[in-house]
Ligand binder design. Structure first.
Ligand SMILES: Nc1ncnc2c1ncn2[C@@H]1O[C@H](COP(=O)(O)OP(=O)(O)OP(=O)(O)O)[C@@H](O)[C@H]1O
Length: 332
């Protein structure tokens, strides 16, 4: 028997299910999601609004507010199970071993405190170091994300920085404790295209240099096409296609992914927003619960009667799979 074991993924999610009570029965916001991200890997989680991307991120971090509830699944950080830990244990892990970056950095930055004060507090929340040492760590972190004159920025208040700078501060703060994984929820969506491009390049470099794994949540396929190693495409709470980013974008197999890729404006301009696909909800049974058939079938141009049955997982090689009865053939 070989003694050489492969290192566990930096972040692994197995069979995650998160539900909210809704007027027409339970909303299965996350409906059996699994994926693994290796050290230094960037996984793009894409899908249109409402597909369950943000709830996936919140579920991993133990931040789903009641009456919402994670009802099944496991989350492992470098092989250690973190799902099901109590609030105090989860707080020790959040910010230190797994961190988050949101679309609006003002969600995490306090407007009335200097950047340095807040970053030093973030350092000292997990490490017993002096104030001066914490400020030094903060300064280093700002340098790491490419912020010029970092000492001067530490003295600034959040509103004195541009949106792009604030987001760099948020990323620097997330990186303070060299977490195993960072969950980034639409962090560059509000930024203009050239700033967005610079930040994505920094994130790519940081993932390579620090080994931090990133779960990059976005509806913007142009962003992940330049950034991510791998993609998971979500629809109605499920991952319907996954694989290496270039394979999924160049040769999408699930009709939903085909529609997503097709709706990116030609030229794949970075930052181009994905238009909403036509409205549609997954089909529901008499009790209001989605049935086990393909959730996309009511919108799918390829759907037939067989799509009311659970879709099989089709394997296209190299980790590229899709849950579909009628996958699209690759162009010759
Ligand atoms: N607090 C909540 N209470 C009830 N339903 C919720 C709540 N939060 C999310 N949902 C539902 O969960 C589903 C998934 O939402 P989620 O925010 O994860 O989607 P998303 O893909 O991240 O979309 P967006 O890009 O708009 O953030 C949606 O149907 C949403 O209405």
């Amino acid at each position: 028997m070989s003694t050489l074991k492969e290192a566990p993924p930096a972040l692994e999610v197995r069979g995650l299910r998160t539900q909210f009570p809704g007027r027409q029965g339970l909303v299965r916001a996350v409906d059996g999601v699994s994926f693994a991200i290796r050290r230094g890997e960037i996984l793009g989680l894409v899908g249109e609004s409402g597909s369950g991307k943000s709830v996936t991120g919140f579920s991993i971090l133990g931040l789903v507010e009641p009456p919402g509830k994670v009802v099944a699944g496991e989350v492992l950080l470098a092989g250690r199970r973190i799902s099901g830990l109590d609030g105090a244990a989860m707080r020790r892990i959040r910010g230190a071993e797994v961190a988050m970056v949101f679309q609006d950095p003002l969600m995490t930055l306090n407007p009335v405190l200097r950047i340095g004060t807040q970053m030093a507090a973030a350092v000292r929340a997990h490490d017993r170091v002096s104030r001066a040492a914490a400020w030094d760590r903060a300064e280093q972190a700002l340098t790491t994300v490419g912020i010029p004159s970092p000492r001067a920025r530490l003295d600034a208040y959040p509103h004195q920085l541009s949106g792009g700078m604030r987001q760099r501060v948020a990323i620097a703060t997330a990186l303070l404790h060299r977490p195993k994984a960072i969950i980034a929820d639409e962090p560059t969506t509000a930024l203009d295209v050239s700033i967005q491009g610079q930040i994505l390049a920094e994130v790519r470099r940081l993932a390579d240099e620090t080994g931090t794994a990133f779960l990059w949540i976005t509806h913007d396929l142009a962003v992940v096409s330049s950034l991510a190693d791998a993609l998971c495409v979500m629809y109605a709470g499920r991952v319907v296609e996954r694989g290496p980013a270039d394979a999924v974008i160049a040769a999408p197999r699930h009709p939903y992914t085909v529609a997503l890729v097709g709706s990116v404006p030609s030229g794949h301009a970075p930052g181009a927003r994905l238009p909403q696909l036509a409205a549609g909800l997954p089909p529901r049974g008499a009790d209001g619960a989605p049935d086990s058939g393909c959730p996309f079938r009511t919108r799918c141009p390829r759907a037939t009667e067989v799509c009311a049955a659970p879709p099989p997982e089709r394997d296209f090689g190299a980790g590229h799979t899709a849950l579909c009865h009628h996958p699209v053939e690759a162009a010759a």
